[in-house]
Design a binder for this molecule. Structure first.
Ligand code: APR
Length: 285
């Protein structure tokens, strides 16, 4: 990616001292982790979120819901951070006051070099009791920890893009229902540590996100459709308080109108180019 938009976005990034990077599912798309609403490929195109991502769904069929999240977690375990994740880490390395806020429940920011993103929608790696909220251990039948080479798993864009784009790590039909483990404390079923539709966001994370957006001097929004609230209000908070907003997304979103610059392209290509535009000497990760 080149052009005046990229140059302008690079100028804004180079001038920033307290940037916020706000990410959604598109950030991990090039790692083979499906988004939610992309046509055909998005999870919600293939599965009914009301059947899988609500407290009522879990009460109605805990094994169906647990099995589905376990399948997603195995998929994420096989995935690798893409150059977009590493570019975000490069921004934070260059500007330590950078706050990374994510809606994603995968751990690709951490594996991509951002140790502590603000997690608005929880994590696939933090199961807890559905009754007493006691943290629960991760099931042991998972593949080896992150970074262990998984035979046949592609390198996300590190090496030549596999023919036909990144291998999808979406849940597969054989990834069926699975009885959730019982809480070691009270015996109730363990649930995924994610925020389901109809549930409140973790207040500490939401407060931290609003505070960062209110105090930032640039907000970079990457790979979100900005349709799910209250998370989608984070870029609006920054814009309302005068910070320039730069969007990275291949398609228009409801945020277009508040953005100083809209960069139309995939995060894995645009973010490294943006880092190089801001800091020509930088290693974009
Ligand atoms: N690079 C950048 N953006 C991309 C890429 C890519 N490679 N591929 C797709 N996108 C964009 C899509 O155009 C879309 O606008 O990413 C966005 C993904 O949107 P959603 O699937 O709606 O994901 P998100 O915005 O993160 O959803 C918010 O909704 O389902 C809930 O809790 C879930 O956190 C999620 C929330």
């Amino acid at each position: 990616m080149t052009g005046p938009e990229l140059a302008e976005a690079g100028r804004l990034l180079a001038a920033a001292r307290r940037p916020v990077v706000f990410t959604g599912a598109g950030m991990s798309a090039e790692s083979g982790v499906p988004t939610f609403r992309d046509a055909q490929t998005g999870l919600w195109q293939r599965y009914d979120p009301q059947e899988l991502a609500t407290p009522a769904a879990f009460r109605a069929d805990p094994a169906l819901v647990w099995g589905w999240y376990e399948a997603r977690r195995r998929g994420v375990r096989r995935a690798l951070p893409n150059p977009g994740h590493r570019a975000v880490a490069a921004i934070q390395a260059r500007l330590p006051a950078t706050v990374v806020i994510t809606q994603n429940v995968d751990d690709l920011h951490e594996r991509g070099g951002v140790p502590a993103p603000v997690r608005l929608h929880g994590s696939l790696f933090a199961p807890r009791c559905s009754a007493c909220a006691r943290p629960a251990p991760l099931p042991s039948d998972l593949p080896p920890p992150a970074g262990t080479p998984v035979p046949g798993a592609p390198e996300a864009r590190d090496e030549a893009e596999p023919p036909g784009g990144p291998v999808s790590h979406a849940p597969e039909p054989q990834d069926g229902p699975l009885t959730p483990p019982a809480c070691a404390g009270c015996g109730a079923p363990v649930r995924p540590g994610v925020v389901w539709f109809g549930e409140a966001l973790p207040s500490a994370a939401l407060d931290a996100a609003v505070e960062a957006a209110a105090g930032c001097d640039l907000l970079l929004t990457v790979g979100t459709s900005a349709l799910v609230h209250p998370a989608a209000e984070i870029p609006v908070v920054a814009a309302r308080l005068g910070a320039p907003v730069v969007q990275v997304n291949p398609v228009p979103t409801p945020l277009d109108a508040i953005c100083a610059v809209n960069l139309r392209g995939p995060a894995g290509e645009v973010l490294p180019a943006l880092v190089r535009a801001a800091w020509p000497d930088a290693d974009a990760g």
